[in-house]
Design a protein around this ligand. Structure first.
Ligand code: ASP
Ligand code: MG
Length: 418
């Protein structure tokens, strides 16, 4: 029988009514002839509550017991979903991670998959079970202890099962009806996408479009699992939502698919650093050691080159999340005190945001950057830092213009049009 993975997030299983509603969506697929593996999250808010209980009990908690407590939210919804399906006359059974077993590493709180052997679940399907309801977010370490995958991990569980069982598709039911060209709260013209390529979704997800855990998209891309995002609150059919898929399955990619933003950025400039071989390593090694997540980097090119003019100087600018500014500052001051780098001044701007245009079509179309910069210029928005990749152009601008920039770019690339 063809197999489908259906994943229901926390808001989709937040109470018994919603579990019943989700079960109806499962029933429809069973009636259409699919065997189904359902992956459930904990009820909305439950994982936070469990984490709070752990922290309230032990400040420096044992990570194994954290996982034992925090994984329990999914056990409840898995059992309830199986019961609901049984009430509807559908042969269903719940599975906790260790029962499958979902073998993971022993990195408690952020475990990674090692293997998902199929035989136990396959045997039950062969005996007539139609739905396996699997607790998301959890697994079992080599020593037999319960593990969890990191917050939002049940998306990744769902994709891993789809890959392991050769599912036709992985449908992810959530509280939004798909992936949009940009955040609809910022642009009223945001349009739901029918399809988006894995690479594009990865860029959007890592830039803060929170629909899917980034790891789940990476996994889907690696195993070419078509991943659909759709709403559990709407009537849905085979065409609902957004399909995240291989770019081959997208007929005519637009040059730009979406506009992403990241609000809480900061720009740090080291003024007058020596322009010599090794200076970048000397700056970014201490930042890396301090765990600072550097994103964009710009080094001004000095007019004088080093060989001809020893003693030439330059400025080095980079962006970090606002929350890491102090870590970065301390790392730089320490490196200066140790004589590893020299600079005149460290200037920080915490009022910046990053806006990016993303699209696989950029690979084969010139002129995207020019169009982007023109649109920002027409709004009088000053660009502070630029960075590009094969399918993305990002700019750092004053945060107060972020919404305006997103709207202007959405218009400039006519993303409201299909
Ligand atoms: N319940 C877990 C969390 O909130 C996993 C998930 O829902 O994806 O992080
Ligand atoms: Mg989630």
């Amino acid at each position: 029988m063809p197999l489908l993975v259906m994943k229901f997030g926390g808001t989709s299983v937040a109470d018994l009514d919603r579990i019943a509603n989700a079960a109806k969506k499962v029933q429809r697929e069973v009636e259409r002839g699919y065997d189904v593996i359902v992956i459930v999250s904990a009820m909305a808010g439950r994982t936070n509550e469990l984490v709070g209980w752990v922290e309230g009990t032990s400040r420096l908690y044992d990570a194994r017991e954290y996982d034992a407590v925090v994984a329990s939210g999914e056990n409840v919804t898995a059992g309830l979903m199986a019961l609901r399906l049984q009430e509807m006359g559908i042969p269903a059974r719940s599975w906790q991670g260790w029962q499958v077993p979902i073998n993971t590493t022993d990195q408690h709180g952020s475990a990674r998959f090692v293997s998902i052997p199929r035989h136990n679940i396959d045997q039950k399907f062969a005996e007539g079970m139609r739905v396996a309801v699997v607790a998301g977010f959890q697994g079992i370490a080599p020593d037999g202890r319960i593990t969890t995958l990191g917050r939002g991990g049940s998306d990744t569980t769902a994709v891993a099962f789809a890959a392991a069982f050769g599912a036709e598709r992985c449908d992810t039911y959530t509280d939004v009806d798909g992936v949009y060209t940009t955040d609809p709260r910022i642009s009223a013209k945001a349009r739901k996408l029918d399809r988006i390529a894995f690479e594009e979704m990865l860029e959007l997800a890592s830039l803060g479009a929170k629909v899917l855990q980034t790891r789940s998209v990476e996994l889907a891309m690696r195993f070419k699992v078509p991943l659909r995002v759709l709403s559990s609150f709407d009537e849905t059919d085979e065409t609902s939502g957004t399909l995240v898929c291989d770019e081959d399955q997208i007929m005519e990619a637009k040059v730009v698919t979406g506009i992403a933003y990241s609000r809480d950025e900061a720009k740090i400039t080291l003024i007058t650093v020596e322009d010599r071989p090794g200076i970048s390593a000397a700056i970014f090694e201490p930042l890396a050691a301090a765990g600072v997540n550097v994103d964009m980097i710009v080094q001004n090119i000095s007019e004088k080159n080093y060989e001809d003019h020893p003693g030439a100087v330059t400025d080095m600018t980079f962006s970090v999340p606002v929350s890491q500014v102090e870590h970065a500052r301390r790392a730089m001051e320490a490196a200066r005190a140790e004589g590893k780098i020299a600079y005149d001044e460290l200037s920080v701007d915490t009022e910046v945001a990053k806006v990016s245009v993303v699209g696989i079509g950029m690979r084969s179309h010139a002129g995207v950057a020019a169009r982007m910069f023109r649109a920002l210029a027409d709004e009088n928005i000053n660009i502070k830092v630029i960075s590009t990749s094969e399918i993305k152009i990002s700019v750092l601008i004053d945060r107060k213009y972020m919404e305006l920039a997103v709207q202007a770019l959405h218009d400039a690339f006519e993303l409201e049009k299909a």
